[in-house]
Design a protein around this ligand. Structure first.
Ligand SMILES: NC(=O)c1ccc[n+]([C@@H]2O[C@H](COP(=O)([O-])OP(=O)(O)OC[C@H]3O[C@@H](n4cnc5c(N)ncnc54)[C@H](OP(=O)(O)O)[C@@H]3O)[C@@H](O)[C@H]2O)c1
Length: 107
């Protein structure tokens, strides 16, 4: 990438964390801070009282959505497609999981 788009990692963050933060976590952060009536800054308590749906809770972006939303105080619901993926989403912090292959998750 162009050098001006690179950012230095803090001393306590290794390259594995840097790679994971890269685009997926920034995308998750954006998704959680774009709502008109929502917060622009995530921190503990920033999403208290909110319910967040993480579509694809075991995917790169969805997993980061779960972690950030839970940390910020939201109740988190994730869509998943199997028991193994449900375990990943739950381990990341999802309070509830919905198997999207069982029907329309919206209902
Ligand atoms: N990764 C990035 O940096 C990035 C940046 C900007 C935008 N995006 C966009 O964000 C979305 C997710 O990207 P990703 O990188 O997180 O992809 P990913 O790691 O491949 O994850 C995709 C997730 O979508 C789930 N999924 C597939 N079909 C579904 C369906 N019909 N209903 C509900 N969930 C379904 C999968 O769940 P199962 O495994 O359970 O089927 C999987 O967890 C994509 O649209 C991508 O273009 C990604």
């Amino acid at each position: 990438m162009p050098a001006e788009q690179a950012v230095p990692l803090p001393d306590e963050a290794d390259f594995e964390i840097g790679a994971a933060l890269g685009v997926p976590a920034l995308t998750a952060h954006r998704a959680l801070t774009v709502a008109e009536d929502g917060t622009r800054r995530l921190q503990p308590g920033a999403l208290d009282g909110k319910v967040v749906l993480a579509a694809g809770g075991a995917g790169a972006v969805g997993h980061a959505v779960i972690q950030l939303a839970r940390w910020a105080g939201a109740t988190v619901i994730s869509t998943i497609s199997s028991p193994a993926i449900a375990r990943l989403a739950t381990a990341a912090g999802s309070h509830h999981v919905i198997n999207y292959r069982d029907g329309d998750p919206a209902t």
